[in-house]
Design a protein around this ligand. Structure first.
Ligand code: GCU
Length: 595
């Protein structure tokens, strides 16, 4: 009885949390197009396996003087590159998952009427940030950006910046303790100083009006506005200029007739867009498209589209480690294009902003996900709050990107009352943040509905717009040829996307089509899956698992996996496996038939 009451209490709490209006993010939008000072480069580090740094006051960044006892010295400590995970930079840190203290100094000249912010693209997993020995902020979540205001804390001249990065896995964290990817730790994305006017443009949203592609609509949010200010949104190429007044909270909404050329993978048209007001001005490149569902179809710009996709981890080709640069993602997305893709599932966490902006330019539709993966602490209100936080920041960073069509809540989580309530509420929360995109999830629970027929049986489907199905017919269960006669349905009448299928193959390992780990086995498995796709015209898309082999601590098979998941169509060294060409041929045929 008491347990049920407690459980009910927690569910109420979660429901209450979502009912309140979705709190907006304090993230500064479009950082790369602002006046920033990069703090990337080599930082001194102290590896702290016994969590000694806090008690040892490493954040004070002291220099041993005279006979004072100071048992650390950043200046003479080793360095690591920022951005960059520590695991792929130092052999001895490959398996390390604890704390590392980062330190660097920077010079700053204060300017009257200006504010200063410290911005991080991401730190995995928990970060505490100290400036001149004082804690200025903390952040949890390894794949979303955060910024802190340091106008008051920054010194004229030399400043000491110390970041405590802790990659320790925890059962109540997001992701939790068990994943099939490497827990790359550290300051994994860009770090920068952002200087702004006293009142500045914190965020904006410029898209086609929901349900009316003949209008551009959105909002501008100022930070620091004491009273109504004038802001303008301009898209010179289509002669659009909107001038509006902000309310007392610094927010202004706008709406205007406009008919921009629509963004699509075949024609990824971006428009120079200028948002200005209160002495601040930000330029962006924005594409305009509509995305919707109609029964089992996904409609891009009002027309049914088949998603020719591939799943992908954020792992750098060739050098390994967490990808972060335009080069890294240019290579990965270039391979997806070479495959004939119009869609990429970014698994299982928000990838870096460069990847999203590249997809906008290259013409790739995106599935973006927060790492609610496998078993989570569904009954923990702090975990729920963390999930809302990660979703809020992922949406805030990428809500102006035409390429992003899906916000995904989770991957392969087991139906149960607490989980169902958690995700149902998170789905409602996500729609409050952005009702112009589709909400999805990757599920793997189905019922056998008669001979070779499977029907999705996850109650989560009720709360989604598009249903992702992960199935590993021919690898974790059954034979590859079993897929030939399989049919997929769901009780929801919504679009089905096969969000994962696949099998491991070591590049260059050859043998009979029935020998696991060979390229022939993987290629054969793909052939059968494609037969299944052809036999299920109701399936609206697919994103096989996956583009490139990636590191995983769960894959120790010596001589074959060696701590890599080998389900890539390319090896981590860019070798194309036989299955790459099987899928490429199918996608080229499909693209030709869609013309
Ligand atoms: C799962 C999971 C992936 C994992 C893959 C695999 O379905 O979503 O993260 O890597 O299967 O087993 O290879």
């Amino acid at each position: 009885m008491r347990k049920a009451a407690a459980k009910f209490g927690i569910l109420l709490l979660i429901a209450g949390a979502t009912a309140a209006a979705a709190e907006s993010s304090n993230l500064i939008a479009n950082v790369s197009r602002r006046s920033v000072t990069s703090l990337n480069g080599t930082w001194h580090v102290i590896v702290d396996p016994y969590e000694n740094g806090l008690g040892g006051r490493y954040f004070e960044d002291k220099k041993p003087a005279g006979d004072e006892l100071v048992e650390y010295d950043f200046e003479h400590s080793p360095t690591l590159n920022v951005p960059g995970d520590w695991n792929s930079q130092r052999e001895d840190l490959l398996f390390y998952e604890g704390r590392v203290w980062y330190e660097r100094t920077f010079e700053h000249a204060k300017h009257a009427g200006k504010r200063l912010f410290l911005y991080f693209g991401a730190v995995n997993y928990r970060a505490r940030v100290y400036l001149n020995g004082r804690l200025i902020g903390e952040h949890e979540g390894g794949f979303t950006p955060f910024n802190f205001e340091i106008t008051a804390a920054v010194a004229e001249g030399r400043n000491s910046l110390v970041v405590e990065a802790d990659a320790t896995r925890r059962a109540d964290a997001i992701p939790a303790s068990n994943t099939d990817w490497w827990n790359y730790g550290g300051v994994t994305r860009d770090v920068a100083l952002i200087e702004t006017p006293d009142t500045f443009i914190q965020d904006y949203f410029v898209q086609l009006a929901k349900g009316n592609p003949g209008e551009v609509a959105g909002w501008v949010q100022l930070d620091g506005a004491a009273a109504a200010r004038t802001v303008t949104v301009e898209i010179p190429e289509i002669g659009l200029t909107q001038t509006v007044q902000t309310d007392a909270g610094g927010r202004a909404e706008f709406r205007a007739p406009a008919t921009p050329r629509l963004w699509s993978p075949e024609s990824p048209k971006l428009y120079r867009t200028i948002v200005a007001g209160a002495g601040d001005r930000v330029e962006d490149e924005i594409g305009f498209r509509t995305i919707a569902v109609r029964g089992g179809e996904i409609l891009l710009n009002g027309k049914p589209v088949f998603l020719r996709g591939i799943s992908m981890h954020e792992e750098a080709p060739f050098r390994g480690g967490r990808a972060f640069s335009f080069d890294d993602d240019g290579t990965l997305l270039g391979w997806a294009k070479e495959l004939g893709c119009n869609f990429v599932r970014l698994a299982h966490y928000p990838h870096n902003e460069n990847a999203i902006r590249l997809a906008d330019r290259m013409g790739l539709l995106l599935w973006s996900e927060i790492p609610l993966y496998w078993d989570m602490a569904w009954e923990n209100p702090a975990t729920y709050e963390g999930a809302e936080g990660q979703m809020r920041d992922m949406v805030a960073r990428d809500h102006n990107r035409a390429s992003v069509i899906f916000w995904s809540l989770s991957n392969e989580t087991t139906p149960a009352p607490a989980r169902n309530a958690f995700l149902k509420n998170l789905s409602a929360f996500t729609r409050q943040l952005d009702d112009t995109r589709l909400v999805t999830s990757a599920m793997n629970k189905w019922e056998d509905a008669g001979r070779n027929a499977r029907t999705l049986s996850d109650p989560l489907g009720e709360s989604l717009d598009v249903l992702g199905i992960n199935e590993y017919v021919g690898w974790y269960s059954g034979k590859p040829e079993d897929a030939d006669t399989l049919s997929w349905t769901s009780p929801y009448g919504k679009p089905l996307v096969i969000s994962e299928f696949g099998g491991d193959a070591q590049a260059g390992l050859h043998g009979s089509i029935t020998s696991r780990w060979t390229e022939e086995y993987q290629a054969g498995l793909f052939q059968h899956q494609l037969t299944m796709i052809r036999n299920n015209p109701q399936i609206a898309g697919m994103s096989p698992w996956l583009l490139m082999d990636f590191r995983s601590p769960r894959r120790p098979l010596a001589g074959i996996q060696d701590y890599y998941n080998r389900k890539g169509l390319l090896s981590d060294r860019g070798q194309r496996k036989a299955a790459f060409y099987v899928l490429q041929k199918f996608y080229h045929e499909r693209a030709a038939s869609q013309k």
